[in-house]
Design a binder for this molecule. Sequence first.
Ligand SMILES: Cc1ncc(COP(=O)(O)O)c(C=O)c1O
Length: 378
Amino acid sequence: MTFVPFTMERWQSIYEHAVDLNLSESGVHPLTLAELTDLAGIDRGVLDGRLLEYVQSNGGDLLRERIAAIYPGATAEDVVVTNGTAEANFVVTWDLAAKGGEFIFMEPNYFQIRGIAENLGVQVKSWWLDQPSWDANLAALDELVTDRTRAIFVCNPNNPTGRCFGEDFIAGVTAAAGRVGAWVLADEVYRGAEHRGGETPSFWGSYDRAIAVCGLSKAYGLPGLRIGWALAGGGYAERLWARKDYTTISPSTLSEYLAGAALEPSARQALLARTRGILNANWAVLEAWLEERSEMFRWRNPEAGAISLVEFRHQVDTGELAEALRRDESCLVQPGSQFGLPRHLRLGIGPPTAALEDGLGRLSRVLERTAHAAGQGV
Ligand SMILES: Cc1ncc(COP(=O)(O)O)c(C=O)c1O
């Protein structure tokens, strides 16, 4: 079996700190430690006195209680705290893969779960959102489900489209899964990063075999804390905890403390409001830039996340384009090829507004040069 690498993560991790401008990130510009302690009213002396010990491996009681409080009817026993949403995705996928059968994976999507599953030897079928609307075709999902389907994996709000799906979507996915007793894993890491309106409904509580995962990296602007969680009822969280004992043992003690403070209800609201402010200010900048180039691009306005997926109307190799932008202009964007969409670019709208404007200026220059080289107008 050939190992499937996670190309997108590697591309980002090699270059994101090496470029002047990073428009490849899907979360908002992170807070500094000082900003977080001010916002959450944390006494810095508490951090100084904190023992650098292991914490309980499924996460301490306070943090699990604060996570559970986000989800109606959940208790701390339903929560496993992980090192990022990535570890939550890993332990769930690892556990479900051990049950045998096939997986169905929503696409386009963050590739992690698909890559893990394939590397564990699981057969994975794609369930594509419709293009270019990015609507979810529930009838098509239903056709993909067979007696061999062990689990369905969705990402809602969706990376990279920025689409948010509501109660009808949850009902359709859980009905399709319920027909054959399949599990559902909903990666909800962009929940809370909606540009307007309330939070996207969670899969939590929708179905006895639904598992929701989330974390602080995107909607909360705290990726460096590396705190995520899996939420599952009926004792399944306990099963995931048993898997987690083998992976990273526990979250970092400093992160666990800071995450607990960040999820205190008023601090949580302040963090989400900060995110929303950044997203709305920056989407206005990107939208104006795109509208000036509407003969070149088509797009659907994102509903959540610091991401915008744009498609070239003419044939462009966005892998080459992103490479030219990185090499010649020191600006990083995500080529759509990393999501199976070779004509698309994913542009991050999370950085400080001036950085976004600067990055778009550099992208404009590369587009002009490419067009001139091809003898086209821009
Ligand atoms: C859908 C999705 N899930 C999980 C992750 C990883 O999140 P974390 O930083 O919380 O591990 C990402 C990161 O981009 C993502 O887009």
